[in-house]
Design a protein around this ligand. Structure first.
Ligand code: 5FU
Length: 263
């Protein structure tokens, strides 16, 4: 069978990248393919949500630039929580500039993303120089890159030839590019890329700004290796409700993976 139809553990053999390997190991260890997107705008709230969902996730996704009271202590506390609960971190930075600029954006500035984020992502629109630039910073640190091959939003231009050309760019940088943000399995049947899929929620079709949702079962069935859930989890009122919701998505995501393996 195609690599993605095999177990997460067995797919370790297809990856040299340390971040990709750590993620596959964490998924298998915790039996969780859930990534929670923590899109809240204060330090206290970020830490509260992460502590609540930590036991249920393999990966925490951040938008670090939305945190009003960001400081280095937030990064220290995030790292402590990642050890306490055993998860990796993905800064959803969506780099989109020339190589020289993304080198600076990834390594410097207030957020110093490369120093704490196991994964980040980039648009392919500038061409391969963006990958070369990010790799020059990230590879020595053992980081991994995801290319945005598709988006979940209505009217996205990332489709068809653009998506295909993005997959081709990934093929040419396999040591650093470990997979895609996408809505379905991409690449040939004999290739193994990690597919991380946002736009996942139970019981909602979308929001008023173009977001489109599918269920965990639907996206895993189409090839997602990791489901990314934001408001569906952190949108619940109270830490206990958030914790329970994360557990629910974890179970749904894992059941869908087991189902896919049977197919
Ligand atoms: F690349 C993408 C995409 O195609 N769709 C997305 O929704 C990224 N996202 C992110 O996933 C988005 O920026 C949010 O951080 C998150 C989805 O949040 P939601 O609350 O589950 O809609």
């Amino acid at each position: 069978p195609a690599p993605y139809l095999q177990s997460y553990e067995s797919r370790l053999a297809n990856y040299n990248n340390p971040a990709a390997r750590a993620l596959l190991e964490c998924i298998a260890r915790k039996q969780s393919n859930l990534c929670v997107s923590v899109d809240v705008s204060t330090k206290a709230k970020v830490l509260e949500v992460v502590d609540a969902v930590g036991p249920s996730v393999c990966l925490i996704k951040t938008h670090i630039d939305i945190v009003e009271d960001f400081d280095a202590d937030l990064l220290d506390q995030l790292e402590q929580l990642s050890k306490k609960h055993d998860f990796l971190i993905f800064e959803d930075r969506k780099f989109a500039d020339i190589g020289n600029t993304v080198v600076l954006q990834y390594s410097k500035g207030v957020h110093q993303i490369a120093s704490w984020s196991h994964f980040t992502n980039a648009h392919s629109v500038p061409g391969p120089g963006i990958i070369a630039g990010l790799a020059s910073v990230g590879l020595p640190l053992g980081r991994g890159l995801l290319l945005l091959a598709e988006m979940s939003s209505e009217g996205t231009l990332a489709k068809g030839e653009y998506t295909e050309a993005t997959v081709q760019m990934a093929r040419e940088s396999r040591g650093f590019v470990v997979g895609f943000i996408a809505q379905q399995r991409l690449g040939r049947a004999d290739e193994d890329f990690l597919i991380l899929t946002p736009g996942v929620q139970l019981g909602s079709a979308g929001d008023s700004l173009g977001q489109q949702y599918n269920t965990p079962a639907a996206v895993v069935g189409k090839g997602a290796d990791v489901i990314i859930v934001g408001r569906g989890v952190y949108g619940k009122a109270g830490k206990e409700a958030v914790r329970e919701e994360a557990e629910r998505y974890k179970k749904e995501g894992w059941a869908a993976y087991e189902q896919r393996m049977k197919a």
